[in-house]
Design a protein around this ligand. Sequence first.
Ligand SMILES: C[S@@+](CC[C@H](N)C(=O)[O-])C[C@H]1O[C@@H](n2cnc3c(N)ncnc32)[C@H](O)[C@@H]1O
Length: 179
Amino acid sequence: MADHICPWWLGYLLVSPLRRLLENPEKLLSPFVRQGMTVVDYGCAMGFFTLPMARMVGSNGKVIAVDIQEKMLIRLRQRAERTGLLDRIQPARPEDVGKLKDGVVDFGAAIHVVHELSEPKTFFLDMRRVLKPGGKLLVVEPSFHVSRADFEESIKCAVTAGFTPTIDAVTAGRAQVLQ
Ligand SMILES: C[S@@+](CC[C@H](N)C(=O)[O-])C[C@H]1O[C@@H](n2cnc3c(N)ncnc32)[C@H](O)[C@@H]1O
C-alpha cells in the first residue's frame, strides 16, 4: 500500500521545460493519442503530459485530467487557460472517474503515479471499465524509485482487474501498455 504522495510544490519541478530532455511527452504519447480522442491523464499534477495530450487530441477531443491534490489541479487549470487549451481539458478528482460511463475513454495514461495509489486495484478496475473495447492504458513508473519487483506487482494487479499486457514498445522508465 502506498504511503507517499508527491508533495504539491514538486509539481512546479515536474513541469520544468528541462524535463523534456529526459521525457518527451510527444514522443511517448504519439503512438497512442489521436485527434478527437477522449483520454485520461491519471495523476496529472500540473500537466506536464496533460497539455501536450490536449494539443494531440485537438479541438474535438478531450483530456480528463485527474489528480487527488487540489493545488495540482488549480495550477493545471491556470496553465491550460494561459495556453488556450482549457476547453479541451476537464480537471477531475479520482472519484469522478468512478462516475464516468462505461467505455467512453479511448486511451489512459498513468505516468509516475501507480506507486502512489493507496488502492491500485480500484484504479485498474475503474480504468478497465471506462476504456472502450481495445482502448489502451499506458503505465510508466520511475525506475529510480520503483523496483522491477514492485512494478511487476502493479502489472499483476492490472491483470487481476482484467487488463492484458501488450507488446507495444515504449521507451520510458518501467513501462507497460495494457489493453
Ligand atoms: C509523481 S507525480 C506525477 C505527475 C505527472 N504524471 C507527471 O509525470 O508529471 C504523481 C501525481 O499523482 C497524484 N496522485 C497521487 N495519488 C493519487 C490518486 N489516488 N488519484 C489521483 N492522483 C493521485 C499526485 O497528487 C501527483 O500529482
